[in-house]
Ligand binder design. Structure first.
Ligand SMILES: NC(=O)C1=CN([C@@H]2O[C@H](COP(=O)(O)OP(=O)(O)OC[C@H]3O[C@@H](n4cnc5c(N)ncnc54)[C@H](OP(=O)(O)O)[C@@H]3O)[C@@H](O)[C@H]2O)C=CC1
Ligand SMILES: CC(=O)N[C@@H](CCC(=O)OP(=O)(O)O)C(=O)O
Length: 351
């Protein structure tokens, strides 16, 4: 059995990790940390998991938690992962960081967007960006996996088959994305109150969301472009729903190119042919967030708008599963040589 501990276990991604890992046949949960609920039964915080888990929450004692586990899942706010990652590396343990501290390969870019100094820039180079559909082989042998952000997961799955194909301007993508409120976590925040989210839709962090450089970094790498020359526009929106991300991507075709929608769809279907979690829809079928609710599956719809010379792609995922905890488990499966779908086989809940 793989002994797993979750640091920041009482947040939304932590709870989703517990829900999924208690059904994972190769995993034993050995540690769940929380400062606020230390020494209290985990099910006091999340009674819906009664009968699934009988651990108490424990304090964030780095040595004790790391020594007891084979793998750590870090589900902490930004800026707190470095001591945990350093301990895992020092003790020969694997770590999957659900936060952003190891996603951006250049410390200067991290510091520009997150406004904090990176305390272990020397570890950035070896962290692998954990999007299994794009980096499977590198993840298998990694020590540090940087689990992608929820919006970048949906955005990158939307455009990866086009990158480096000479078909679209990868540097000038426009991404319009919508998220459910659980994307902001369980912390108290006025913007997440019922009265603020219900019957309301709003864009936020326009032209300055920290997922912009993350998306640009990975698109540039796949397309063989200079990350500093990217001009991707990314606009997130908060939706009156609990879970789900729908990313709509507009990609300009290169001058003189007009592939048919079927040609582009064939490209996507070849690219994702052996991917158990990725589903490319037929023409005219547009993904809905509800299809992915509670599952690790991603649904991709696309067409070519001949009149404007653009390809339009929409991808639906669950931000807490493929956008966070499910993908983290997919990465753990790769790290430990398990079938990638282990513990993640279930379809979503519908309606
Ligand atoms: N929600 C989502 O859809 C996604 C989230 N992520 C990322 O995953 C990480 C976790 O997100 P999420 O679960 O939503 O966050 P939450 O705010 O819901 O939970 C955060 C967890 O960290 C602990 N924590 C909070 N502040 C501190 C602190 N200062 N020091 C130590 N522990 C702290 C909390 O427990 P306690 O205060 O008791 O210690 C809690 O268990 C974040 O980096 C987030 O950006 C990534 C993809 C999607
Ligand atoms: C709705 C909402 O607030 N969503 C979060 C995204 C959460 C996530 O994936 O992000 P990180 O791990 O990079 O923080 C946001 O926009 O900040």
């Amino acid at each position: 059995m793989i002994r797993a501990a979750i640091v920041g276990a009482t947040g939304y991604t932590g709870a989703e990790l517990v829900r999924l890992l208690t059904r994972h046949r190769e995993v034993e949960l050995v540690g769940l940390t929380s400062r606020q609920y230390a020494d209290q039964p985990y099910t006091t915080v999340y009674p819906h998991l009664s009968g699934q888990v009988d651990l108490n929450c424990q304090t964030q004692d780095i040595d004790a938690v790391t020594d007891a586990a084979d793998v750590l899942f870090l589900a902490l706010p930004h800026g707190l992962s470095v001591p945990w990652v350093a301990a895992c590396v020092g003790k020969g343990k694997k770590v999957v960081d659900l936060g952003a501290d190891f996603r951006l390969r250049r410390a200067a870019v991290y510091e520009q967007w997150y406004r904090v100094t990176h305390e272990a820039p020397e570890l950035l180079a070896e962290a692998v960006y954990g999007l299994p559909e794009l980096k499977r082989e590198r993840i298998r042998t990694a020590r540090i996996v940087a689990n992608p952000g929820c919006y970048p997961t949906a955005s990158l799955l939307s455009v990866a088959p086009l990158c480096g194909q000479g078909i679209v301007r990868e540097d000038r993508l426009i991404i319009d994305a919508k998220s459910g409120a659980s994307g902001a976590g369980r912390n108290a925040n006025v913007g997440n109150l019922y009265g603020e989210v219900n019957e309301n839709v709003k864009a936020y962090n326009v032209a300055k969301h920290r997922h912009n450089p993350e998306i640009e970094q990975e698109v540039a790498e796949r397309a063989g472009l200079d990350p500093d020359a990217m001009a991707i526009t990314f606009t997130p929106h908060l939706m009156p729903m609990t879970r789900g991300i729908l990313a709509t991507v507009y990609a300009d075709l290169k001058e003189g190119l007009r592939p048919s929608a079927e040609e582009v769809r064939d490209l996507y279907r070849q690219f994702y042919a052996n991917e158990p979690f990725i589903h490319v829809m037929d023409e005219g079928v547009w993904p809905q967030t509800k299809w992915s609710y509670g599952s690790n599956h991603a649904f991709i719809g696309l067409t070519v708008e001949g009149r404007t010379g653009r390809i339009i792609i929409t991808t639906a995922i669950d931000n807490l599963v493929k956008g966070a905890s499910g993908q983290a488990i997919q990465n753990m499966n790769l790290l430990f040589g398990l079938p990638e779908t282990t513990g993640l086989e279930a379809a979503g809940i519908y309606p």
